[in-house]
Design a protein around this ligand. Sequence first.
Ligand code: ATP
Ligand code: RIB
Length: 292
Amino acid sequence: MIKMTIIGSSSIDLVVTTSKRPNQGETIIGESFKTVPGGKGANQAVAAARLGAEVFMVGCVGEDNFGETIINNFTANGVNTTYVERVTHSETGTAHITLAEGDNSIIVVKGANDYVTPDLVEKALNVISESDVVLIQQEIPKETVEYVAEICFANNVPLLLNPAPARPISKTVIEKATYLTPNESEAAILFEDKDIHEVLKEFPNKLLVTEGKNGVRYYDGINEIVIPAYSVEAVDTTGAGDTFNAAFAVAVAEGKSMEDSIRFANRAASLSVTKFGAQGGMPTREEVEGSL
Ligand code: ATP
Ligand code: RIB
């Protein structure tokens, strides 16, 4: 069983489903409202655990009901919460999601996720240095991402940096990451609208650009390759990227080739979009293998 540490956000998603988005200043009647576990870090932790990895989460929640729900959800999914702290000075992070016209729009209020600091990461140094792979995203402070890049590099632990949501990242951090997995809009911000085909060549077998239902693009050192997504009836694409990242990390850590790892991750991500909620459709190992 591979061992993974995930450093990132844990939030509650407040999801409104509606047939159309309101215009500025307009009030409309929506269809439904649900609260479900989310946050990019927590989503990746749950996805990896369902795929059979031993998962340690490093994160923060508040001393409120949402925090309790998140911790119970980790436990129910077999995620180790030794390094999930409850903070008294901030509320649990929330994501305010509108699902309309086949896509989502999201406002994240980071709350307790802002306390996922280098000091907290330091407490988990032992499990990080013994991990087969570490995953990190950007709903936590920038210094934490920089610190994790340092320690993974120093300890020879592969690091998958999922640069979501987008914000500029230093060259040093990019160099220290083993894999970088932006979606198309994050790639445009990260590489300042440089020609993506040229950028891919600079990062062979490292930069993977996810392109939603088109699949994933990367450069293998000789050719630019697109591994197509699987065609499914999408119900809710929230968390597709998280499922992709977790599944890809599990597969490469298990020793699968780049191409096979992307296929495995595309399959897992395609299953995840067939159900409501970021974590609602995240598949088990058996479900992915049974469908491949
Ligand atoms: P999110 O932020 O919603 O979690 P993302 O924007 O980070 O997602 P995407 O590029 O939209 O990531 O999707 C990641 C992967 O999920 C894709 O490369 C693909 O494998 C799969 N995927 C996404 N949308 C679909 C879809 N409609 N049908 C099948 N697979 C999909
Ligand atoms: O990647 C999907 C996640 O992004 C949602 O669960 C929401 O919490 C937002 O942060």
